[in-house]
Design a binder for this molecule. Sequence first.
Ligand SMILES: [Zn+2]
Length: 423
Amino acid sequence: MKTVIMAGGKGTRIASVASDIPKPMIPLCGKPILEYQIGCLKRNHLTDIIMIVGHLGHIIKEHFGDGSNFGCAISYYTETEPLGTAGALYKIKESLSDDFLLIHGDIIFDIDFSRFINFHCTRKGLTPAWATLAVHPNSHPYDSALLVTDADNRVIQWLNKEDTRRYYKNQVNAGLHILSKAMLSAVTPLSEKVDLDRDILKPLLAAGNIYAYPSPEYIKDMGTPDRYAQVSADIENGMVSRRNLSVKQRAVFLDRDGTINKLNGFITKPEAFKLIDGAAEAIRKINNAGYLAIVITNQPVIARGEASLEELDLIHRKMETELGKAGAYVDDIFFCPHHPDKGFPGERPEYKIDCECRKPKPGMIFQAAKKYNINLAQSYMVGDDGRDVEAGLAAGCTPVRLNNTGLAGFVETVFEEKRKADG
Ligand SMILES: [Zn+2]
């Protein structure tokens, strides 16, 4: 698979850090952004690279040459006029592979590309996937464009910042794409300058074969000087490489009711869902510590017929929206819809089973561990109930039963102390 790196941007917003070099050449801990990108691609055996250069492109060409000093083969396409985020793809179409990676030149990432590519290649809609966009939760979803997906991860809606949106999943386009030549052929651009999102992806959503690949791995753009400082720190403390899913992850598994949100009977409507004071702040600290934050919750309201899967989804979108306002996010949500006791009016018999996922059983934790390559011995299961403790113990995590200081108390006393002790 070929990789196209869009390395032509001017980088005006970050001019306070460096202005006489192209944005993708801005050094981080002594190495340009592009070198980190190429390093990660090479570790994933993606060594056939085309760079789209423009403004100050000669600096990039002089640094990387034909790529042989960096263990890969690099060719270049030089834009004499800026062609937008996709115009150049039409110029080099003949040299692309059927599916190819498209990467913005101003992001730092360290991801397991084999997972990403495998996800793309196994999407089987009416036609094979035209495009798969890597998405992730971020700490400012309220001012980011969000992708809405269906249960098969198909993108069904593209919500811009200006669009009205009430409760939404924290799912932001991360700037890494797998695209197909077939998709390029499906669109006839009106001019040489083409915007990937506006002119290609958004108009093609209705066709139903554009997908989102959710990943908790490290992917950050260098849009502002603030983020530049944060990313430099993350490179130095090892956070960038540690989040790669080929490496064993650490997680804090979080019960939901009574841990993240206030106990309020069975919650069947979003209006009844209210965050516990301090919970969002605590989750933000878990995010910043590089642990996955994964919700593990029993939701027998489904089996009891008191809420539909759609209503539960809406409740979870409210949770993500409220957490996002505080700069916090969860990496995934696992819920058990089952309940073992039959014979109540209105129940849904298909969910009335003695399953393997309902806590105190550890099934959901095992599912999460498999999905995200988690080292359970280095992870926590946190909740307000004895069943959380039992599930955590059965999974081999450190179980934590919350006392009256709640999640905030756990983060302050247990989690941060342990983290400091570990270095
Ligand atoms: Zn279950």
